[in-house]
Design a protein around this ligand. Structure first.
Ligand code: SF4
Length: 307
């Protein structure tokens, strides 16, 4: 059942996941915005606004406050002090105007490998740091090795922070430690997106990539977006994996079949989380209700299925 309505206020609304936005200035019309808010009230959906860089006309700023909302903003937004989530583009300008809200850092893998240490100060500024790769589907075997090494290095910092009583949250390493079942993106299941053209899409990426719009109350083949109908994912224990249905469609042409790159990176993170959990537990009791994360002998669940 739908629970969240993401509203892209403009074609330039800041991308917050693997996709890119459009660099045109099209704003969602004011009437389109009011209709969307009416829809959210009728369907009892929580609204999440995605802001563009730069300012918005004053009438928009007052209409958006007519419902309770979450504001996702670029870190350089003129309204960043009011943001509920801040999005950073790369590692070159990590000087947040606001602390104490979740941060998302979008970057390319090479930038991450070269400059990942720049993330470390953020661990103590934000309740949750997410790193999202713009080029996840380009990871290759060489990158997987580098990724493993970088996550091991960041784990040491996080272990030290936990040992000193702090509890930084970092999507690539700590999310899996706290999960005992799948928690994925759920676009098309719990979340639907209203785009600046006034139409609904499975998620922002589907809009920006020219996919067809959907009827939010009558999505065709809705089961395909659900975990129960994802034969690989439903047997997987990389519980933190985004299970991005847009990347799935882009890479395998099926929304419920993941790409090799998505699975292997998620399993490298899962294994790093397993080691981190064990390391933190050497310092004292930690998450006693959670079982250890099991040893596995594969990085791509397809290998197990083939066996
Ligand atoms: S790692 Fe692969 S199989 Fe597991 S949830 Fe993610 S996409 Fe699905």
């Amino acid at each position: 059942m739908l629970q969240y309505l993401v509203i892209l206020l403009s074609d330039k609304s800041v991308p917050f996941c693997h996709y890119e936005n459009k660099n045109t200035g099209n704003l969602l019309s004011l009437n389109g915005l009011k209709d969307a808010l009416r829809f959210s009230m009728l369907e009892n959906l929580s609204v999440q606004y995605v802001f563009p860089e730069g300012g918005l006309p004053a009438e928009y700023l007052s209409v958006i406050e007519e419902v309770e909302n979450v504001k996702i903003m670029p870190a350089n937004s003129p309204y960043a002090d009011k943001a509920d989530v801040l999005i950073f583009n790369g590692l070159s300008n990590l000087n947040p105007i606001k602390q104490g809200v979740p941060y998302v850092v979008r970057l390319y893998r090479e930038e991450f490998f070269a400059d990942y240490e720049k993330l470390i100060p953020l661990f103590e500024m934000t309740p949750h740091l997410s790193v999202v790769f713009k080029d996840l589907i380009k990871f290759n075997e060489n990158d997987f090795d580098k990724y493993k090494t970088v996550l091991e290095n960041l784990s040491k910092t996080i272990e030290t922070l936990y040992a000193s009583g702090k509890t930084p949250q970092f999507n690539l390493l700590t999310d899996r430690m706290y999960l005992d079942k799948m928690r994925n993106c759920e676009a098309g299941v719990k979340t639907i997106t209203l785009a600046p053209d006034g139409k609904f899409y499975i998620c922002p990426a589907f809009y920006y990539c020219g996919e067809k719009d959907v009827n939010p109350l009558g999505i065709k083949n809705p089961q395909l977006y659900k975990l129960d109908y994802a034969p690989i994912c439903r047997r997987c224990d990389a519980f933190h994996c985004k299970r991005c249905v847009w990347l799935n469609k882009l890479t395998t042409l099926e929304v419920n079949t993941p790409s090799y790159e998505q699975c292997v990176t998620a399993h490298i993170e899962r294994n790093a989380a397993k080691s981190l959990l064990a390391a933190i537990r050497k310092h004292g009791k930690f998450l006693p209700q959670m079982p250890d994360i099991a040893d596995i002998d594969y990085l791509d669940p397809f290998d197990k299925i083939k066996e």
